[in-house]
Design a protein around this ligand. Structure first.
Ligand code: T5A
Ligand code: NA
Length: 221
């Protein structure tokens, strides 16, 4: 029996990830699928509470330490992702390891280094498709404004976008360092919600209808 797909929605702050994951979830449920919706950071777990306090600048943590907490927050849910997929529940995820690397690698000084940032997430369940919502920092700023949380500064977002571009090339292309292998789809998220949501549906439709025969892959392994 085929298993359900693991779908990740990624992107810069304000690119519309939460809006689109929610629209996609409704559409999937309306077409009769079981869906488990995850969001990273998951601020509800004990580790998530530390992350939340850091993001709201209520606590300070060494850059390395917070990076590892973000990754641990994903590992907390790794087995749940796998068991859902095996029992034919689609896992839909709002941000994943790619955000973890992009935001930490864009920080500094001193820089943490791309390879160092990637290491703790090696071996996590690999998404079958990652939909990257691409938006310019200027356009993102028009939506509700930056400024409330730690990373919501335009220059930071510009650097984050560059790291995401590298991740897309290396991970989506199947080449680069580490074997994997997610299908990486770039979507212009500067358009209206309905247009973006129709395009997302077009990119997942076949995957969702057919399911997958192969086991869940491991990220960068
Ligand atoms: N982070 C995260 C790390 O550093 N390491 C990690 O490992 C992880 C997982 C918090 C921060 O944590 C960092 C990255 C972040 O800086 P978060 O909790 O996901 O991450 O951030 P949120 O604040 O919840 O979400 P975002 O700011 O990223 O916003 P979304 O989800 O991309 O956008 P959304 O859907 O909430 O929409 C934003 C606004 O735009 C409007 C919406 O109505 C809303 O007002 N909008 C549109 N407007 C016009 N046209 C469209 N197409 C629109 N779509 C949405
Ligand atoms: Na969000």
């Amino acid at each position: 029996m085929p298993r359900a797909p693991f779908i990740v929605i990624e992107g810069l702050d304000r690119s519309g990830k939460t809006t689109q994951t929610s629209l996609l979830r409704s559409r999937l449920e309306q077409s009769g699928h079981h869906v488990a919706l995850l969001k990273f950071p998951d601020r509800t777990t004990p580790i998530g509470t530390l992350i939340d306090s850091y993001l709201r600048s209520q606590s300070d943590l060494d850059d390395h330490a917070i990076h590892l907490l973000f990754s641990a927050n994903r590992w907390e849910l790794a087995s749940r992702i796998e068991s859902n997929l095996k029992s034919n529940t689609i896992v839909l995820c709002d941000r994943y390891a790619f955000s973890g690397i992009a935001f930490s690698a864009a920080k500094g000084p001193p820089p943490l280094g791309y390879e160092w940032c990637r290491a703790p997430d090696v071996g996590l369940p690999c998404p079958d498709v990652t939909l990257f919502l691409d938006i310019t920092p200027e356009k993102a700023r028009e939506r509700g404004g930056y400024g409330e949380e730690r990373y919501e500064k335009e220059e930071m977002q510009r650097r984050v976008r560059e790291v995401f571009r590298r991740l897309g090339e290396e991970t989506g292309g199947g080449g680069g360092s580490g074997g994997t292998t997610t299908r990486w789809e770039v979507i212009d998220a500067g358009r209206d919600q309905e247009t973006v949501s129709m395009e997302i549906w077009r990119r997942v439709e076949n995957l969702v209808a057919n399911g997958l025969e192969e086991d869940v892959d491991r990220l960068w392994k």
